[in-house]
Each structure stands twice: as C-alpha cells, then as structure tokens.
Design a binder for this molecule. Structure first.
Ligand code: ZN
Length: 48
C-alpha cells in the first residue's frame, strides 16, 4: 500500500479550502477605508 499523504482527494481539497477560508475570515481582518477601500491595517485576531 502506498501512502496517501500526497494524494489530493476531494476530501483533502475540501479541508484545505475550508481551513484557508477560516484563516482568512477568523485570523486576518483587514481594516479598509470605507471611502476608497484602501487597506489601512491588517488585524490578526484569534478571538472568534
Ligand atoms: Zn480612503
């Protein structure tokens, strides 16, 4: 039997995508100017 560590099964892809989305939404928040959308600051938070 071969190791499946490197296989990109649909399940694995789903996981990667999900963790990536969570990282973007939960850990990194961008503070943008409401007027022009310029990124003023990037906030890293682990609280919720
Ligand atoms: Zn602005």
């Amino acid at each position: 039997m071969r190791s499946q560590a490197l296989q990109m099964t649909p399940e694995v892809r789903k996981r990667l995508l999900r963790s990536r989305v969570e990282a973007e939404t939960l850990q990194e928040r961008e503070l943008r100017c409401p007027g022009c959308g310029f990124r003023l600051q990037t906030i890293y938070s682990r609280e919720q």
